[in-house]
Design a protein around this ligand. Sequence first.
Ligand SMILES: [Zn+2]
Ligand SMILES: [Zn+2]
Length: 374
Amino acid sequence: MGGEGKTSKEPTIMDIRVGILTAKDIEWKQGEHSSRPTFILSHVPIGIGFHWGQTQEQEFAGQLDIINNADGTQTAVNTLDIEDYITSVISSEMSADSPIELLKAHAIISRSWAVRAITANRMTGGKIRSAAYESNGHTLFDVCADDHCQRYEGIRLITPRAQQAIEATRGKVLTYNNQVCDTRFYKCCGGKTEVFATCWEDIDVPYLQSVECPYCQRAIQRLKNNDKAIKQCLMNYDQQTVDAHDWNVIYRQDELKDILLEKTGIDFGTIENLIPLRRGQSGRIYELEIVGSRHRQVIGKELKIRRALSRTCLYSSWFDIEKKHNDTGTDFVFQGHGWGHGVGLCQLGAAEMALEGFTYNQILQYYYPDTQIQ
Ligand SMILES: [Zn+2]
Ligand SMILES: [Zn+2]
């Protein structure tokens, strides 16, 4: 196949096409699963561009298509039933040994998100953005398998409990005014969730409002105390981020200049100041002025700020900055809160709520007020 290639089977609305990886030559082999045909891909990147990035061998069910791209690379696309996809997503985003109410809540938001992504991409061909259906920019498939869309790491992580959560919520999505909700989520809000407009377009999404969240701090406390119950909710690499709620980063002045040059392509000269101009309701900055000896510029919104100020990506844009002078020069000290954009469901908070006995309904109502399950 030349050019962009084609999938050999036309997807139906119940099928989803997931882009697993793009590489020079994709090698795959038959899986060893007994009950159904599967395939194995090695060196699948996860956490691309984030501090926990790594590669894994993963096994998948459903159809594999290898697409030849114009630039000589190949893309592996997995087409499968949306419910099978969601079973893997809830087992990849959280651990499949989590409390059942957490898995049910996650199944509903991951399904809602996927339904919107499929609708958006097939309506717009991955190109057009509109307030109602924001395309994720993918053209060869509906969603990618990493944090950019939702983590989808194949079948090996799935447990009977995850399958039970899917059965209990099969076909259910979160709605507002009979429309499927844009169910955003992230790891840890840091104490308060954020509104949509701090991170994306300037629109008011009625069910994505800022709410106080005391739960993620309690979840982090459990993690620090080596509590088994919370560890069962999280993947190994997420368990290591115990500073997700309150974190700090220190840069030397010249180091900050180098990072900004590398990440924005702009030579600011010596960095003299970082001034938060606008903050969202949680405290996340969405307009930051960078003052250098050669150049000054305002950057935003949330993700651009996080990307510009770290070699990988800052945990969040909710931080205070302090300039400290010492014998060897000047340091910029960032004191921050939360991991992720903060809009919608706080995964650590939701895990804590499930451990404290809340039902999936209560968890969803908390983070997405005034919504319905349909
Ligand atoms: Zn994506
Ligand atoms: Zn939280």
